[in-house]
Design a protein around this ligand. Structure first.
Ligand SMILES: NC(=O)c1ccc[n+]([C@@H]2O[C@H](COP(=O)([O-])OP(=O)(O)OC[C@H]3O[C@@H](n4cnc5c(N)ncnc54)[C@H](OP(=O)(O)O)[C@@H]3O)[C@@H](O)[C@H]2O)c1
Length: 350
């Protein structure tokens, strides 16, 4: 198989190289998957630099999100149940080693690609959709009629959050740093957009709520979805009983928050660590995915892969990671693997 193997930490993605390696042999409880598309994540950049919280012992294959086809199924599972997927099934998932033509995965790391979805769109689903669904539905209990402020709304988790909030009957105010990104947020359903590059953005949120809401709700939004690190500022434009979701710190700084406003406005600040649900609250994971697949079936949730530029072949992974890190992309930056890499792979042993 071909893969981006990290044998020593690099300064940046541009130093990553594609190599040919033996295709791994599955253990009795693993699937072998042929990868067609891979999703990129900011933590992939940190990991190849040795700066991420999960660093496997060297050498390891980079990448975490993928979509592909089942080549072989487990011969024995821990649960003694027959495998959920069969050879040829289209699946997506997340496990270490996705920047490759093949990957091994346990059943818990795989899900079926929704009907009608491309490998490209499915490759970006595993992290963003459940983070936003788990945040808005499981943690913040979004309700019809709520107003939801989604920060960095054109980013990977942001576009998922916009769609989920709208699907649940909320009104969405989306913030983003460029006109193009605000247009994208609108195209995915946002009702209003605001440039949060303007320091007075909380006033713009308050104005929208004062003009369009009634009673206590005139003061601000009911839910804030924050993958950036803007909780303190957002506390200026929330309504009584609001829930503020701490999703991430894309701006690079862990915030300190003035708790006086938390008390005065009777609000909750709620964290979400989606990746840990598999370890601490497995029963919630299936429910979240059922909810997402239901929205997909109703046509209320669609793929968010970045379309302004295309990335084809494993060799374009460094370019895709660079684009992601430069803040110029929207949605999920996905690299399509199949054709070019299959051709290059001829002669290498399966
Ligand atoms: N809690 C969880 O379980 C969980 C799960 C998944 C992801 N996350 C976190 O959520 C955050 C967003 O993830 P994502 O996949 O949506 O990332 P992404 O697609 O790269 O989007 C991040 C967005 O943040 C905005 N941003 C603001 N300041 C920035 C800065 N200084 N540098 C870069 N971007 C900046 C950018 O939008 P503008 O250009 O419009 O400002 C960018 O589009 C990350 O911190 C990630 O670690 C958390």
């Amino acid at each position: 198989m071909r893969a981006i193997q990290v044998t020593q930490y690099v300064k940046g993605p541009h130093e990553l190289k594609v190599t040919t390696l033996p295709t791994p042999l599955p253990s009795p409880d693993e699937y072998l998957i042929k990868i067609h598309s891979v999703g990129t994540n900011f933590f992939d950049i940190l990991q190849v630099q040795g700066k991420y919280q999960h660093q496997p012992p060297l050498p390891w294959i980079s990448g975490m999100e993928f979509a592909g086809t089942v080549l072989s199924t487990p011969t024995a599972s821990k649960s003694n149940l027959s495998p959920r997927f069969k050879v040829g099934d289209r699946v997506f998932g997340g496990t270490q080693g996705a920047y490759a033509t093949h990957i091994l995965a346990e059943e818990g790391a795989l899900l079926p690609i929704p009907e009608g979805w491309s490998f490209e769109d499915a490759a970006g689903l595993f992290v963003t959709a459940p983070t936003s669904y788990g945040g808005l539905v499981t943690r913040a209990n979004v309700q019809k009629g709520d107003w939801v402020l989604v920060h960095a709304a054109a980013g990977g988790v942001g576009l998922a959050a916009v769609q989920i909030a709208k699907a649940k009957g909320a009104t969405v105010i989306a913030t983003a740093g460029t006109q193009r990104k605000r247009e994208i947020a609108k195209a995915f359903g946002a009702d209003y957009t605001i440039d949060y590059g303007d320091a007075k953005w909380p006033d713009a949120v308050k104005k929208l709520c004062a003009e369009n809401r009634t009673g206590n709700s005139k003061a601000g939004v009911d839910i804030v979805y924050d993958p950036v690190g803007m909780i303190d500022q957002s506390l200026k434009c929330v309504a009584w009983n609001a829930r503020l979701l701490v999703i991430g710190f894309a701006a690079g700084k862990i915030e300190k928050v003035g708790l006086n406003r938390v008390l005065l406005k009777n609000v909750s600040i709620v964290g979400l660590h989606w990746g840990q649900y598999r370890n601490f609250e497995q029963e919630t994971v299936a429910g979240v995915w059922d909810g997402i697949f239901d929205l997909v079936r109703q046509g209320k949730f669609r793929g968010t892969s970045f379309k302004d530029e295309s990335f084809v072949g494993l060799e374009s992974v460094p370019k895709a990671l660079h684009a992601l890190g430069s803040r110029g992309t929207w949605g999920k930056v996905v690299v399509n693997i199949a054709d070019g890499d299959d051709a290059l792979e001829k002669g290498s042993k399966l």
